[in-house]
Design a binder for this molecule. Structure first.
Ligand SMILES: [Zn+2]
Length: 704
């Protein structure tokens, strides 16, 4: 379907039938987009408006690839939107601004290197190759000639004499800067050719190593073609086990498996295979342990290890002289499609990278909105330390809440109507997230001391300069105590870090957002350490890790306190309610049948003090009915008072009769629940002899 739709406006080679024109000046309703990439001076302009001064202006940015850095602010009429192409600017977790430039790719025809005429000069020849080959072979040095000029005949002579040659390639990765180096030698150790060069893409050791092997392969391919050699036998050595494993495995099959095409750095490994196959380069891939010169001199090592060191040195040389991040990879014939996100080629982890590319700007925007952080503030925060610390703490759910300021404190629960108050159980003030760490209650005071101790201990363990540790801990303590940090109290060199942490917010320190200026302090400190000094981001991660762990501990402490308190409170309210009921029931004592005196509590005060809500509730549920019944019946039998009548009617109320009544009452209490029997007995009681007589007399008396 899509193909058919696309076919309606494209030609055979996916080119538009009608090429797009230039940007018109009326490309937006307001006649202006937020930001432009100027075609005249290659700068990026971002529109700005100052409400206070009612002034429109342009922010002028210098470009470093897609990365932007603010140069100056210029008047609104100094840049015409018609001179630029609209672009989108994003802020990223590393705090830098990126422009979404239209990604430009090398548009070399995707052909394998076949076309070349009579070889006049190696450099010219290499320059004539497609850009990707040119990049791989830009710096080849022949050791067999005095001036390093190409000498293929010497090379092939050695090859034929020994039956094969050895190549050792290596890669170097410093963050995203990648380079490779390789050496070709004879089996008896004569060095023939060496080369070094760049590797494009995001930093990845497999990619850099692969680029080295691909470079050797392309070199041999061109030689094979030029000299019309039918077969070249090689032993290809690398210290990257994955590369060796893949290349060896690929010998068993021709077409790549679909899943394989999604593996990291597929383009390079596939191109190695294809080129070697096309030019009949018979390779035996071998792994060698890298950097074996750490505890032995080079001369003592086997040839492969020696060559590995030389290749490594070549790669290192290139890093020092020309090392830089080259974000866009060259399209190789093996892989004619490549994912690029914001001007950076993605050659591995596609799923994760796509998710990140979508989620990260949204997340940062959310944070900016929620905490009113400017782009600069986002840039101040040590994100790398935070993400490393989160990886170290395996408490995903709680960490998400802590770091995004989502802990359900009383204030939040009250706002969301989950509970009816917003107060801290310890001090009755509003329990916000800031209050959690700053609450003046004793248990929190202890926690704060404990937390500062933990941070201090970890910093000591990392052999941090005393003054840095002291400043961090004192400033934290000050903020916890007073809610502000007075920068003047601290030495001058700490002012920047304290100020920037204030901009981010000290309370966010407890959400793992620490200022990068702390890391810079650590970097600049030249305290002598016993262990190797850690990278500053990892040092920062330790602070974040300890802090977050302490906050988790605090939250657990707080929950115990809140829930403990709640249970106590519930018990108290319940007891108060039950006390009222028990007092009411006990007051019925004088109206109840005298023989039922056992139903009532003797020492009321004592009982109420000692009982729990539960025993009180049990008492009420087991006695209430009996008491009420007793009172009712007694009221019926003697509205004026039982004792007098009983005495008066002494002859009918013999001990025997009273005993009978007791038995009946006991049974009625015991059989409570068996309704039928009770009903029957009630009837009997109503028509019982004693009742009627007593009733008669009382009635009679009241009539008098
Ligand atoms: Zn409190």
């Amino acid at each position: 379907m899509w193909k058919r739709v696309i076919d309606t406006f494209t030609m055979e080679n996916n080119k538009l039938i009608e090429t797009l024109g230039a940007w018109t000046t009326k490309h937006s309703n307001s006649g202006r987009w937020e930001s432009y990439h100027s075609t005249k001076d290659n700068k990026v302009y971002r529109y700005g408006f100052s409400k206070d001064e009612n002034r429109h202006y342009w922010e002028k940015y210098k470009r470093y690839g897609t990365q932007l850095s603010l140069e100056s602010e210029i008047a609104i009429d100094e840049f015409k939107p018609a001179d630029g192409i609209p672009i989108k600017i994003n802020a990223f977790a590393n705090g830098k601004l990126y422009g979404e430039m239209t990604t430009t790719m090398e548009t070399d025809p995707l052909t394998d290197p076949v076309h070349f005429g009579p070889m006049v000069d190696w450099d010219m020849f290499v320059r004539a190759q497609p850009a990707w080959i040119h990049a791989l072979l830009a710096d080849v040095h022949f050791y067999t000639t005095d001036d390093g000029r190409p000498d293929f005949f010497e090379l092939i002579h050695e090859h034929d004499q020994h039956g094969h040659l050895i190549s050792v390639s290596d890669g170097s990765v410093i963050f995203h800067d990648m380079s490779f180096g390789w050496v070709i030698a004879t089996p008896d150790g004569k060095r023939l050719v060496g080369s070094k060069g760049p590797c494009n893409g995001r930093g990845n050791s497999l990619r850099a190593e692969g680029a080295g092997l691909l470079s050797v392969t392309m070199f041999l391919a061109i030689m094979a073609q030029y000299l019309e050699i039918e077969q070249i036998n090689m032993v290809c050595i690398s210290d990257n086990a994955e590369l060796i494993r893949r290349c060896t495995a690929h010998k068993q099959y021709d077409d790549p498996f679909p899943n394989e095409t999604l593996r990291s750095e597929y383009d390079i490994t596939e191109q190695i295979y294809r080129t070697q196959k096309a030019y009949n380069i018979q390779s035996n891939f071998q792994w060698v342990k890298g950097h074996q010169d750490n505890n032995k001199t080079k001369a003592e090592l086997p040839l492969e290890a020696q060559l590995n060191i030389e290749a490594d040195e070549l790669a290192g040389e290139f890093q020092t002289s020309e090392g830089m991040f080259r974000p866009i990879v060259h399209l190789l014939p093996s892989c004619p499609a490549m994912l690029a996100i914001r001007g950076i080629s993605v050659t591995s982890n596609y799923r994760k990278q796509l998710i990140r590319a979508y989620v990260e700007p949204e997340y940062i925007q959310y944070l900016q909105y929620r905490f009113e952080w400017s782009n600069d503030t986002i840039g101040i925060i040590a994100w790398k330390s935070l993400s490393l610390a989160i990886q170290r703490i395996q408490r995903n759910v709680l960490i998400t809440k802590v770091c995004n300021d989502l802990l359900p404190t009383a204030a939040t629960l009250y706002k969301q109507r989950y509970q009816e108050h917003d107060t801290c159980v310890l001090c009755q003030r509003e329990e916000t997230r800031e209050h959690l760490v700053r609450c003046p209650a004793d248990s929190r005071l202890r926690w704060r001391r404990h937390m500062l101790q933990a941070i201090r201990k970890r910093l000591d363990h990392l052999e941090t300069e005393f003054a840095i540790t002291e400043t961090i801990c004192t400033a934290l303590a000050e903020w916890l105590e007073y809610g502000t940090v007075d920068v003047e109290k601290y030495p001058q060199r700490f002012h920047k870090a304290i100020k920037s942490q204030t901009v981010v917010g000290w309370r966010h320190f407890f959400g793992g957002k620490i200022s990068r200026d702390w890391l810079l302090l650590q970097e600049d400190s030249n305290t002598i350490t016993k262990q190797e000094k850690r990278a500053s981001y990892s040092w920062g991660a330790s602070i974040v890790e300890v802090t977050l762990l302490q906050v988790i501990e605090l939250w657990e402490l707080r929950n115990d306190e809140v829930h403990g308190k709640t249970i106590e409170q519930q018990e108290q309210t319940r007891k108060t309610k039950l006390t009222v009921e028990i007092k009411r029931l006990n007051e019925m004592r004088e109206y109840a049948r005298p023989s039922d005196v056992c139903l009532f509590i003797e020492e009321e005060e004592d009982y109420l003090e000692k009982s729990t809500a539960r025993t009180m509730a049990t008492f009420i549920s087991s006695h209430r009915r009996a008491i009420i019944d007793s009172v009712k019946k007694w009221a019926k039998t003697s509205q004026t008072g039982a004792t007098t009548i009983l005495r008066w009617l002494g002859n009918s109320n013999t001990a025997e009769t009273i005993e009978k009544i007791h038995t009946r009452q006991r049974q009625s209490l015991l059989s409570d629940g068996r309704k039928k029997e009770r009903r029957r007995r009630r009837k009997q009681q109503q028509h019982g002899r004693q009742t009627s007589i007593a009733g008669y007399y009382t009635l009679h008396k009241s009539l008098n």
